[in-house]
Design a protein around this ligand. Sequence first.
Ligand code: TPP
Ligand code: MG
Length: 576
Amino acid sequence: MALTTSSSASVSDIIVDSLLEAGAKRCYGIVGDTINHFTDAIRRSEMEWVHVRHEEVAGFAAGGESFISGELSCCAGTCGPGSTHFLNGLIESHRNGAPVVFIASQIDTAEMGVGFPQDVDQKALYSQYSVFCEYLTNPENARRMVAIAAQKALAEGGVAVLIVPGDLFTQKPKGSLPWRAHRFMPVIRPGEQELAAVAEALNARGKVSIYAGIGCQHAQEEVLALARRLKAPVAWTSRAKDFIEPNNELEVGMTGVFGLQGGYEAVAECDTLLLLGCSFAWTQFYPDKATVIQVDLDPGKIGIRHPVDLGVVGSVKDTCAALLTRVDPRNDSAWLDSCRKKYLEARDDAAVTSDDERLIHPQELTLALDRHASEDAVFTADGGSPMVWCLRHIRANGKRRTLPSLMHGTMANAYPQAIGIQKAYPQRQVIAMCGDGGLAMLMGDLLTLKQEKIPLKIVIFNNSTLGFVELEQKVEGILDTYTELENPDFSLLAQSMGLWGRRVEEKHELDEAVQSLLAQDGLGVLEVKVNRMELVMPPHVEAGQVASTALYSAKAVLNGRMDDVVDLVRNNFTKR
Ligand SMILES: Cc1ncc(C[n+]2csc(CCOP(=O)(O)OP(=O)(O)O)c2C)c(N)n1
Ligand SMILES: [Mg+2]
């Protein structure tokens, strides 16, 4: 039951108290004029303040914590620039579905609307990417507004923003009703007629595949029971990796640009496709002729990625459980076996290695991390190629978790998100797989790791380029430009900040260096010089892409960059 407000409690105290009551333990941010009374209330409470160096990092960190824990976290900042700096981190967290409350302080009510310094219309900024975005206008409403924000963040999955004018923080309301955030665990499944129609479509002849998305969290058992009965291969979206890949004899990996043969075929070439809590965005990877059935909790997601024949609303767990007894068991596993065979072969092929001592493929570094990381490690990965290596080569086992930036697709997410995860799970191994571009983008918060004593393990995939974009440019047949990165020695930089730092350029050191990093009690930064010309090949290369890569080669040769072409071919095709 909520605490009733004592007459001496200020709005700041009430907000902190209500957030704690809703389950939040930490608040990430940077202090400043309009938020100072709020941070002072945090100082007097059980809430932990995590002092970052850039507010974007706070937005990422809170989202990282909440995405992995499923619990509420918060961040707070001062008005104007202190608020706008949060934007990218909070949009990432919101699109991930992470329950975060952002206390956005605002200039005083007396100064509003007159062009006062640092006035920014935060409601206009945050409304588009939040589940709730409102002003606190009356101190009597403080507990109620926090309860609504927290409840919406938890129930709908996303960022809730409460904008508080600076002068309200010190006011003392007379009293308050015991408003609080409620939590829900409903059973949601389609109606009888809808279930019968789905079962009838699944019972029709032909090849059935399942495409599992993030809605399959907490539903692996039910999904697999249905898949086994249907002898259906199970492809998964990148966001469902942790929940579908582990110990699963039916999984065939991903489709799309990050996917591999097997996953691609299971989705594109089946006769009936069952989409379970899955909203994969690239229409061209869906089947042209199959009957498509979609199950999703959110009616707004039905049929938006590809036209579907049958769409039903329900949780994946409850709907699969209800379908199990309604579908006929199948005996023929030829379709499943064929997809599995292709997937396993493609997975082996993708684990690129070479005998060249000075050519470390990023896949080799990732496989070393996979070999040596603990059973319940958490991996974050930067937008760019690190997330591809993470999704393909870090094996999910049911205890490990992975978090790349998939919905917002941002750079520089990995170690900021890992800050929040490590804060929430101080005993767990948390590994941030960073691009050299990504790390440099928000490098200042390496200082936060030192100051806040966060024992994170940072691995830098140093390829001296914005590699993912370089590849995009090549695939589009244009010359790669503006991608070059002139980097410092990141390991020395880490050491100058008082952190453990090591740089590896030769392959024989790789395993031992990864083991040393992971054995550190505290924070460590391992920088590995990895191959630059790495192809993240789509599973199904369109004729146009082959032609445009050839076009790139022709342009590169004409521009005197013959070495590039030779490197590309040599590194990817001849030295495996
Ligand atoms: C904030 C942001 N800026 C730009 C991009 C476009 N972009 C996507 S990946 C990438 C390159 C990433 O480079 P790096 O971190 O070095 O990783 P690599 O792909 O080289 O392994 C860029 C510029 C983005 N997704 N997000
Ligand atoms: Mg790079």
